[in-house]
Write a protein that binds this ligand. Sequence first.
Ligand SMILES: [Fe+2]
Length: 490
Amino acid sequence: MMTTTRRDFLSAALAFGLPHASFAAEAAPELLPIACLHGDERLDAAPLRIEGRLPAGLRGSYFRNGPGLMARGGERYRHWFDGDGFVQALRFDGEGRVSHRGRFVQTAKLKAEAREGRFLVPAFGTAIPPRVPLRNADSMNVANTSVLQQAGRLYALWEGGSAYELDPATLETLGPRAWTPELAGMPFSAHPKQEPDGTSWNFGTSGKQMVVYRISAAGAVVNSAVFEIPPTAMVHDFAVSQRYLVFLLAPLTLDMAALREGRASMVDAMQWHGDAPTRVLIVDKRDLSRRRILEMPATFVFHFGNAWDEGDVIRLDFVKGEALPLINERLQAIMRGERPETHPSTPRFMRIELAGGGRISIEARDESVEFPVVDPRVVAQRYGQVFYPTAIDLGPRWGFNGLMKLDVETGRRERFAFGADTVVEEHVLVPKPGSSREGEGWLLGMGYDTRHRRSFASVFDAQHLADGPLARIWLPYTVPYGFHGRFYAA
Ligand SMILES: [Fe+2]
């Protein structure tokens, strides 16, 4: 799983043309590269064609992850989040050259299904009856959502199970990582927050259980806790400030019987309770047993940008998605071959006043965005800028065709649009070597030219987005539209 809003997934499925479950990938119009791989690809290309000029000083590895395999043995996944993880690395040598590599994460699931030539286990959005015993959450682990490099080791992440370790140089799969013997097999979300000193915070949820991890820059778990939370079907991301971890627990329940019996996918087994509150769980980083729960109107969120403490006020931002019934309605409409309307996910800025009863206020904006990103130097600290893919002058058409920088204090924005034929993925902020000011760096991410059916990476000066990309790097093949990535300087 799981990224972008379900609206995005649904529209992606629509764009790709999936009215039914039969496998017709080759015949479908390719408005998004979602089913361009077959499972045995090992992609390598160097040097890549560069349009424009790569900035001097851009040196390191940009790792990305996303669902790569959507069909096997005549069966096709119905949900973008389902596909097996395909990890990519773009290497920048600092002298104007770039190479690309892509490998499937060789999870236990992928290897077993490749041997059998068919899907064997349920997926997040596709109800496949289990054809082998499900031993634990890792039986379904597709390792497809994001990456983390911690203490020189690289991991492919999926929120329902273990992190899968990869060789950072070759992208070959080394296997699932047990952080400690006691934490083996525990869920490790795809949205760890890596602080400027190298400390990573992460969490995992399974029903009423939540696990929290604090991992040192050296890669050791220095603190962890397992505790009960108000039950919710899915927690994708969280926010971290100097002093707190903040979770928004949506009013989502899960029909476990339907799921277990293979009658419903996880998506279809989820129920939204719009009259119930979203619970705001606040955990003290210094003492994980100090926890507090506040309430706010029902809200669904996939992604947070960042958070910081301003005295006794936690300030944070997130992207608000739709309520689940709307998402499910649209899913069914798409399966009938209809074209539902789009409903954008939009930025929110939230203040939690901790004094007294805990007052929450939220400021809304209306740009269509997802995949918020901040400068890695300000994670869990005061910050002033958030960057997003965004839709610019697309009308009711789905997708992100541009990028936006938003000033947190003034609300001022700067944008760039590629045009209606390009879809833009998450772009990360890469600090310029030697710089110290927030946002001083490059915005780096991938995209797809739907007219020419070409995948590319683009590099912007993050403080001059409107000037357009400094460089575009064209791949000689199509790569799948992905979720999240991180850049690590060499
Ligand atoms: Fe995500």
